[in-house]
Design a protein around this ligand. Structure first.
Ligand code: SF4
Length: 360
């Protein structure tokens, strides 16, 4: 397996790809990745610095924590304050500032908030604590959602009445369409996510591609994978022939993972949802289907949460749309640092500001 990975970290192959990109570039190009793992890999391996100046890599709405609306963060915080609740969350969410507080602050105040690695951990906790209500903060894209759906099926099979979620799941393809429709947003190609595409398959992007005819390439996560996808995007731009291509065929196929898609579809249905910075995107989120309403935390608990403004001065929204780079935010490295984050893009290791701070 190591040999397999090393093939995609091969320095000589990477140099050849960089040279090939250099040979054919010329035209200015703005290429956007929409995947938190790509963000980390691109920064960690210094990929922007080996590309010609004419190519700008933008970080799009691919970090699950970063795209979570302020209102949803406030709901998670409010749920943690319900006395009978054990709130369970991925670690990344803990430090994201809500309007008045964060989960980390609430934990310090004695609320029962526990970091879990999977929604199944939360179901297990519910089974072990029949007299408490266990709530899971459900964020993430198509990569995470099937597991959450499966955990709800398990809770149902076990007859658990003390497990629920607040669902802030998002779907990737509608976000691409929303970006293409946003005035001022200039994108010459999408580096499409690897993990998400393993679940959705290449086919999920076809409607967006057919509508906008934007160069789009699914990429893996090793430096060679990313450079190869960048080369394909550059070639498409130079030739003027956009295509939807898969540069990660060792993991992604056209149809995706039918079992994962089926369990997602069984539990969730599409709904309009608000993305941080971008606003409402039609049919870009998921809600529980009627048959699963008893797992909806908002149905169980009386939580009041209106629309909440994003933190003053935080440019996360513009960054997620490729309109700004982290160092163009006035708070970057001043009031906002990984130790004292103002916005989620500085909290999550997959966030553009955190990656820029660490490697930029
Ligand atoms: Fe928001 Fe901080 Fe990033 Fe500025 S540097 S956009 S305040 S997270």
């Amino acid at each position: 397996a190591l040999k397999y990975v090393q093939e995609y970290r091969d320095g000589e192959l990477a140099r050849q790809l960089i040279a090939a990109i250099g040979d054919i570039e010329g035209k200015k190009m703005r290429l956007m990745e929409v995947c938190g793992t790509h963000t980390m890999s691109i920064f960690r391996h210094g990929i922007p610095s080996v590309l010609p100046d004419s190519i700008t890599l933008l970080t799009g709405p691919g970090c699950p924590v970063c795209v979570t609306a302020q209102r949803d963060i406030d709901i998670f915080v409010a749920l943690s304050m319900v006395p009978e609740v054990i709130l369970t969350s991925f670690g990344d969410l803990m430090r994201v500032p809500g309007t008045l507080s964060s989960l980390q602050q609430e934990k310090a105040r004695g609320r029962d908030i526990r970091v879990v690695y999977s929604a199944f951990d939360a179901v297990k906790l519910a089974a072990e604590n029949p007299h408490r209500q266990v709530v899971f903060c459900a964020v993430g894209f198509e990569t995470t959602t099937p597991t959450v759906a499966a955990s709800i099926m398990v809770a149902q099979q076990q007859g658990l009445t003390n497990f629920s979620i607040h669902c802030a799941h998002k779907l990737t393809p509608p976000a691409l369409a929303a970006l293409m429709e946003t005035p001022g947003v200039e994108i010459d190609g999408f580096l499409l996510p690897g993990h998400v595409s393993v679940i959705t398959g290449t086919g999920a992007y076809l409607p967006v591609f057919d509508q906008y005819k934007i160069p789009a390439v699914i990429a893996g996560f090793e430096p060679v994978d990313i450079l190869k996808a960048v080369l394909m995007l550059v070639r498409q731009n130079v030739s003027g022939v956009p295509a939807l291509e898969n540069a990660y065929p060792r993991a992604v196929c056209d149809k995706g993972n039918p079992k994962a898609l089926a369990v997602m579809d069984q539990v969730f249905k599409k709904a309009d949802t608000v993305w941080r910075g971008i606003g409402m995107i039609p049919a870009s989120g998921l809600v529980l289907r009627e048959g699963f309403n008893r797992f909806n935390a908002l149905e169980k608990f009386d939580i009041q949460a209106g629309d909440a403004p994003e933190p003053a001065g935080c440019a996360c929204g513009d960054i997620l749309m490729g309109l700004k780079k982290p160092d163009q935010c006035k708070l970057y490295k001043k009031r906002c640092t990984p130790m004292n984050p103002v916005g989620p893009c500085m909290v999550s290791s997959e966030g553009a500001c955190a990656a820029f701070y660490r490697y930029g």
